[in-house]
Design a binder for this molecule. Structure first.
Ligand code: ATP
Ligand code: MG
Ligand code: MG
Length: 557
């Protein structure tokens, strides 16, 4: 068997298991804050957290980091569960940071009693100014050495509702001169008077991320706490609080350790949940699952398979350096995956009539069935019937009255093959007063049906077509990149100004009637056009398709 190379985190995990750290256990977690829908960046973290546990026989839990009730909601919890399952991962347990509010509170009280935390009554602005700069020590708060009793009393008050938000915080008393700014008496509790989606109105004081995350990992028995690079400067504080929490070092030093990898940044989109939320709330997109969104549910609605997302994440890999990945790589992964998966159908998005003038001229309703291959990559998937008749739809841009030499499509006097059907020779067209093409005419060669000896003739160019009487109208939503600049996340302008005004085009075309058959796969290829899927709002009476991705990479255009 081929030796699979490990990424650097997998290598660490493997080495730790070999060395018997944490008793040879492996436990990871995916820790989303339920304040928005997960996006493809989270998918990268999910593939890591669940993937490494799977690979080395460990467990991965889901933990909702729900320490800020202001922005969190059960709507997001439910959506996150759905999206992780859709990606193909299964958690061992579901935990919530809010389950540890009492334990965290008790720990904070203990720190106060040990003289390691104090209530500060300054504003967040004053505290920020006093923090100083990395090269100069900060200024201690005037409340830093207040009596322990006073802090205990005030901390209790912070949770009764008697104190206004922002009037007091609890800070860890560590080191106002530490070159790591996170050690300069970090705020560990603040007041938020907002209903919590799980704990209701029990709490008014909530722990900060740095005071909740590592401890939650510890309570759960996480061994490898994997996150993104921006948490590197938080790691010493993560370890500091766990040391305090453990009180005594056990011999094996059983504890969670934090490891960081590069977050996913993608061109032509944004990953910040704040910005994605704004797009939704300001109706700049059609919801979290708008097919232009980088959210997992948006990609699903766009027609991505879970496998294509995982394939992309494998392609880009995990490193210790931040980078910007090309959206075209995501599309390439989708094409590669969908090529094997998609049912081939015919659709015409910009239709013009093609009349086969010599096809049963005595019976204009004559028709016959041709066989269309469902998936040339998978012979076992068989064929389905497609009807041919005298009046067809073809793409308007597959015809040119005066064509350059290399245009191997419909040109007067030239032959072209109609896919799965006959070779036809174009005989001309009809135009309206303004010169617009109204109809195109051709004659077919009855001996040239696919499979017949006459079909062997060399004809450059094969066109897709639909029988006008045997197809269905289709609304087709053609999506393009959401933003018109490569890296909207770092642009100085407001991200709203950078949206691509042409990111969604709706066209009315036709699709073969087979598309309305119930129970078809949702992964489709419209031949010669691209990969498509049924939109969630599509019905057999009103077919709606979303374009997942074109057949060729034209992202740079
Ligand atoms: P935002 O900063 O927009 O609020 P977040 O990163 O805080 O998003 P969380 O719900 O806290 O969102 O993230 C859960 C996990 O997903 C974290 O471990 C985080 O590191 C990871 N994650 C978030 N964004 C990305 C990304 N773009 N690439 C890789 N991992 C990510
Ligand atoms: Mg966040
Ligand atoms: Mg976060």
């Amino acid at each position: 068997p081929k030796k699979e190379s490990l990424n650097f985190i997998e290598q660490i995990v493997k080495d730790d298991l070999t060395a018997g750290k944490n008793g040879g256990r492996l436990q990871t977690r995916f820790p989303p804050e339920p304040n928005g829908y997960i996006h493809i960046g989270h998918a990268k973290a999910i593939c890591m957290d669940f993937g490494v546990a799977e690979k080395f026989g460990g467990v991965c839990n889901l933990r909702f980091d729900d320490t800020n009730p202001q922005k969190e909601d059960t709507e997001y919890v439910d959506a996150i569960l759905r999206d992780i399952e859709w990606l193909g991962f299964k958690w061992e347990n579901i935990y919530y940071a809010s389950d540890y509010f009492q334990q965290l509170w008790d720990f904070a009280v203990r720190l106060i009693k040990e003289g390691k935390a104090y209530v500060d009554e300054q504003s967040s602005e004053e505290i920020a100014v006093q923090k100083g700069t990395p090269t100069e020590p900060g200024i201690p708060s005037p409340y830093r050495d207040r009596p322990i009793e006073e802090s205990l009393e005030l901390f209790a008050k912070m949770n009764t509702g008697d104190i206004e938000e922002g009037k007091m915080v609890l800070r860890a008393k560590i080191d106002m001169a530490n070159p790591n700014m996170h050690f300069r008496d970090p705020v560990i509790y603040r007041i938020i008077k907002h209903h919590h989606h799980r704990t209701g109105d029990t709490w008014k004081a909530y722990p900060m991320y740095d005071f909740a995350h590592g401890q939650s990992d510890f309570f759960e028995g996480v061994t490898h706490s994997i996150c993104t690079l921006e948490f590197v400067p938080h790691r010493p504080l993560y370890d500091f609080f766990i040391d305090e929490l453990k009180e005594q070092k056990d011999l094996d030093d059983n504890r969670p350790r934090q490891f960081e990898f590069n977050r996913l940044n993608l061109t032509y989109t944004v990953m910040s949940k704040r910005k994605l939320l704004a797009l939704v709330q300001e109706n700049l997109v059609d919801g979290w699952d708008d097919p232009r969104m980088p959210t997992v549910c948006g990609l699903r609605r766009r027609g991505y398979s879970p496998e294509s997302i995982r394939k992309f994440i494998n392609m880009i890999g995990y490193t210790k350096y931040d980078a910007l990945n090309d959206y075209s790589m995501l599309e390439a992964a989708a094409r590669e995956d969908l090529n094997n998966r998609a049912l081939r159908l015919s659709a015409v998005l910009n239709p013009v009539k093609l009349i086969v003038t010599n096809y049963h001229p005595e019976d204009k309703d004559a028709s016959e069935e041709m066989l269309a291959v469902n998936n040339p990559e998978k012979e076992a998937e068989g064929t389905h019937a497609i009807t041919f008749s005298r009046e067809l739809w073809i793409e308007r841009d597959d015809f040119m009255e005066e064509a350059p030499k290399k245009f191997f499509r419909m040109v007067p006097g030239k032959e072209v093959r109609l896919k799965n059907a006959y070779i036809v020779k174009c005989t001309g067209c009809k135009k309206d007063a303004k010169g617009n093409i109204e109809e195109i005419y051709c004659e077919y060669d009855p001996e040239s049906k696919s499979g017949m000896p006459g079909a062997d003739r060399k004809v450059k160019g094969t066109l897709h077509w639909l029988s006008a009487k045997h197809c269905l109208p289709a609304e087709v939503r053609v999506y393009d990149k959401l933003f018109s600049v490569e890296n909207p996340a770092v642009d100085e302008r407001d991200f709203r100004e950078l949206l691509n005004p042409d990111s969604k085009k709706v066209v009315n075309g036709y699709v073969e009637s087979y598309a309305a058959l119930p129970g078809l796969t949702r992964y489709l290829q419209f031949q010669r056009i691209g990969y498509f899927t049924f939109d969630d709002d599509s019905t057999s009476d009103h077919l709606i398709f979303n374009r997942t991705v074109g057949l060729k990479d034209n992202f740079a255009k």
